[in-house]
Design a protein around this ligand. Structure first.
Ligand code: GLU
Length: 474
């Protein structure tokens, strides 16, 4: 039987970082086994589910490249199938109608609490051999309950947490269809996992208590059980529950912050999993090496600094053509048309050492694609002095005469000019930077000028001199 895993978000919000990690783990398990991965939208809670959240989940999954191998499944489109299974269970006796009213159930609970017992359904409508059931009351629409075994225990051999057992006597006869006929959450999950041939259920450990109930229903349906893995939660760096302040953001917010999707995946895969002391993994390596048995059962801590570090490492080694796709997205978002400047790949190669994020790279490369909006006050005051202006005017002439506009030729020309003036390189490079970038920070000056191109460089040197002279006192 080939492996099938799934990610089954409830569409009540964005795809956040914890969900993305669960999705990634699930995806990797299937891929490592040469199996399939599917996305299921658990939208039965109609009050809380929204189309916007569904779209946001698709958007996040697509950006991360976690592709579903099948068309996504929506639980709300499967009600007929759930009802069919309920009918079958009613007829084979693994489920039964319960006519207990709300008042009766409240009274039952009150009595149990008074006796210091754990509140539970007392089985009054549960059929037993030789038991005479009450007559169904008029006008009371029944719920359908699952006839949970009362003896023995459910042993769950969790792939992350190890064996966990639950006594059947602790599990109530779960309501699988409400009085209005609507099937309930745990039941839908079971029918879906069964119909979709899910072999690996990987989900957050907030679902661990649902698992024995789901297992019992699967067994009642004669199903083969999937393997289960419950992933522990993610905490903030300080050990507190993960909040926005710690980085509990939607995946697309990480895009806006300038993360590469591969880098975010790389950061997430290491949240709770390790392979020796390796920190960086290509997608193929993740797929080949990821192993649930090496996932820690204790909560992982989210470390924003490390996420930035991984992103920077990734930017430094990734194929610049791949990075260019994201880089272009950031430039466009800033209203910059990448056609108005140098090839993105060349800019990435010049900028990536000093930029941890693509947002930073786009901000620092804006000057290559758009006119300057002004000069940094401090930098202009410092570098557009008499000496600086002489440098700009002199260099304008030297560069204008340059036969070719390449990094080596520019390097040579700037050095030569500095020597001829008896100036250190900094004294020459800094005024140029302020003139062409708007501030005194940029990649090495030869690269900066090469990327900017001859016409823009000369025009900006000229404009800077004119600007500075027009403001000079007297
Ligand atoms: N819909 C559940 C959630 O979003 C996941 C349930 C499951 O994976 O079985 O937490």
């Amino acid at each position: 039987m080939s492996a099938v895993s799934r990610f089954a978000p409830s569409p009540t919000g964005f795809l956040h970082i914890g969900g993305a990690r669960t999705a990634l783990f699930s995806y990797l398990v299937a891929k490592r086994l040469g199996g399939k991965f599917l996305l299921r939208i658990e939208d039965t809670d109609r009050e809380r589910s929204t189309q916007e959240a569904v779209d946001a989940i698709f958007e996040g999954m697509a950006w991360l490249g976690l592709k579903s191998d099948f068309a996504p499944v929506y639980q709300t489109q499967r009600f007929d199938r759930y009802k069919e299974v309920i009918a079958q269970m009613l007829s084979d006796g693994t489920a039964y109608y319960c006519y207990a009213t709300r008042e009766e159930l409240d009274a039952m609970r009150a009595e149990q609490q008074a006796r210091k017992e754990k509140p539970r359904y007392d089985g009054r409508w549960r059929p037993e051999i030789g038991k005479i059931l009450p007559t169904p009351p008029e006008g009371v629409p029944p719920v359908v309950r699952f006839r949970n075994p009362v003896e023995g225990e459910v042993v769950l051999d969790d792939l992350i947490k190890g064996p966990i057992s639950f006594a059947n006597i602790e599990l109530d006869d779960l309501i699988i269809a409400r009085a209005d006929g609507v099937p309930t959450y745990n039941f839908c999950v079971v029918v879906d996992d069964l119909d979709m041939g899910i072999t690996h259920v990987i989900r957050g450990d907030d679902h661990v208590n649902n698992t024995p109930r789901q297992i019992n229903i699967l067994l009642a349906l004669g199903a083969q059980l999937p393997k289960y893995a419950h992933v522990s939660m993610i905490l903030g760096a300080d050990g507190a529950k993960l909040s926005k302040r710690h980085g509990a953001l939607g995946v697309m917010e990480y895009r806006a912050m300038g993360f590469m999707p591969e880098a975010l995946l790389n950061y997430l895969v290491r949240l709770g999993w390790s392979h020796g002391d390796q920190e960086l993994f290509t997608r193929d390596e993740m797929q080949a090496l990821f192993d649930l048995s090496k996932v820690s059962s204790s909560p992982a801590r989210f470390d924003m600094e490390k996420a930035y570090w991984v992103n920077h490492q990734y930017l430094k080694i990734a194929d610049p053509a791949v990075v260019a796709v994201e880089f272009e997205w950031h430039l466009r978002r800033m209203g910059v048309d990448p056609a108005n400047g140098p090839a993105l790949v060349d800019v990435i190669l010049s900028q990536r050492e000093r930029c941890r994020t693509l947002l930073e790279m786009a901000e620092k490369s804006h000057f290559l694609y758009a006119e300057l909006s002004g000069y940094n006050d401090k930098d202009a005051a410092k570098h557009f002095n008499d000496e600086g202006l002489r440098v700009l005017a002199g260099l304008y002439q030297a560069l204008k005469a340059l036969p070719e506009w390449t990094v080596p030729a520019l390097h040579e020309a700037v050095n030569h000019f500095a020597e001829s003036q008896g100036l250190g390189l900094g004294k020459v490079a800094q005024p140029i930077r302020v003139a062409v970038v708007g501030m005194a920070v940029s990649p090495p000056i030869d690269q900066t000028l090469s990327l900017l191109g001859r016409d823009r460089t000369l025009a900006r040197l000229d404009a800077a001199v004119a600007w500075a002279r027009s403001r000079a006192p007297g």
